[in-house]
Write a protein that binds this ligand. Structure first.
Ligand code: DI6
Ligand code: FE
Length: 405
């Protein structure tokens, strides 16, 4: 006997098949022990529902999608930068704020001063906002410590958030994010410390699944980034990269060269880098929240990504500076309206392709036999409604670990 059987559902399986959204009308979903044991047409069930499962759930014709995946967030941090937001809108420039010690470094000071419990208390509402919209998997980066103690504290906080909420959380060590004024005095020594003792501490305590770096003119050079990626790959980490966000630094090609799971932002990526990503199977993670908040005018090269058949994912980039976003559904709306993705591309961007951007495509991202039973029942008549409405969509039911929440 199966644990649960969902019937009268319209399944947006998000599998790469001929039907848009991998849709199955009059579908059924069977669950045993938190795994999907059937996902398909009701007529193909191996028996009568009542004889198949202990619990029958009638989806009453509503759409069911895979659990949503936010594959790029910085949601663990202390304090916020609303004051800087206010100053900027009253005429102070980013540069002036940075000179006053603002920007990332003000979040670093607050995060260093916070205990792990305080970090959890402040980060929990941001995670809960995402989860309330059907997000079942969240990637969380470090990067506001810039020292061993605080980087590890952030990653421990992320682990405790997973234990506390039941969310599936992937942790990423963002080892190259920014430098304190002290560290800029000897960049080489700082990068050596990050590529050695700090990376080894994160690896030995199994505090992260992947690493990431901010390869950008205002952050780290391609050479520094490459040294970090080589060291991280040798330590067994999966690789991700903030690439070509504000300028063409060759980040897309660098990510592809080292077989990174994803290259993220990509507003200024060139065609050579995109072709290399296609060759390497590197996913393009687009971050409309940062594009919107920075009032960026250069769109990511969507047509080139389509032409080279690079998988496109969408994420919130939830962070206190360039993307204080707490809604993945609003990101879907922005991906469609600002980046002109189709609603199906946008939904694939937070399901199938987001799973690939985390290296979890065998576990989550589509409604398929053997995958984790993480899915969402929506009060919608068409899957396009998930990017049509500008936020405010509340799921009917969210299933995590096979259990309806
Ligand atoms: N790119 C960004 O836009 C954020 N980090 C990064 O690598 C900025 C984070 C912040 O402003 O706090
Ligand atoms: Fe980011």
């Amino acid at each position: 006997m199966w644990d649960q059987l969902w019937i009268n559902a319209r399944l947006a399986t998000m599998r790469e098949v001929a039907a848009p959204y991998g849709a199955v009308e009059d579908g059924a979903l069977g669950v045993v022990g938190g795994r999907i044991v059937f996902a398909g047409a009701r007529r193909d069930l191996p028996g009568e529902p009542g004889a198949l499962a202990k619990e029958i759930h009638d989806a009453r014709g509503r759409w069911i999608t895979p659990g949503l995946i936010d594959c790029h967030t910085h949601l663990v941090f202390a304090g916020n930068r609303a004051d800087e937001f206010d100053k900027r809108l009253n005429g102070t420039t980013y540069e002036q704020i940075a000179k006053q010690g603002g920007g990332i470094l003000s979040t670093v000071r607050a995060t260093r001063a916070a205990t792990v419990d305080e970090l959890i208390v402040q980060s929990l509402p941001r995670l809960q906002s995402l989860m309330a919209e059907g997000v079942t998997t969240v990637e969380i980066k470090s990067g506001y410590g810039l020292d061993l103690e605080t980087e590890c504290k952030m990653l421990r906080a992320a682990k405790r958030l997973a234990e506390q909420t039941g969310a599936r959380i992937q942790r990423t060590f963002l080892g190259l994010h920014a430098l304190t004024p002290e560290q800029t005095k000897d960049r080489r020594a700082t990068v050596n410390f990050i590529c050695g003792p700090l990376l080894n501490a994160v690896a030995s305590e199994h505090l992260a699944d992947a690493v990431d770096a901010f390869c950008e003119g205002i952050a780290f050079t391609p050479e520094e980034t490459e040294r970090f990626l080589i060291a991280a790959r040798a330590a067994g980490f999966k690789l991700k990269l903030h690439a070509d966000q504000l300028s063409d630094s060759g980040g897309a090609a660098l990510a592809a060269k080292y077989g990174a799971l994803s290259a993220d932002h990509l507003e200024y990526a060139n065609e050579t880098g995109i072709a290399a990503m296609a060759e390497a199977g590197t996913v393009a993670v687009l971050l409309p929240g940062a594009f919107y908040a920075l009032r960026e005018t250069t769109l990511p090269p969507i047509e080139a990504l389509r032409r080279h058949r690079v998988a496109i994912a969408i994420a919130s980039d939830c962070n206190p500076g360039t993307s204080p976003a707490r809604s993945l559904l609003v990101m879907l709306s922005m991906a469609a309206t600002l980046f002109r993705l189709t609603p199906e591309e946008a939904l694939a961007g937070v399901t199938r392709n987001a799973a690939r951007a985390l290296g979890l495509q065998t576990e989550i991202g589509t409604l398929e036999l053997g995958k984790a039973a993480e899915f969402v029942v929506w009060p919608i008549d068409h899957p396009a409604e998930l990017s049509y409405w500008i936020g405010g969509m509340t799921p009917d039911t969210i299933v995590r670990g096979g259990k309806p929440q």
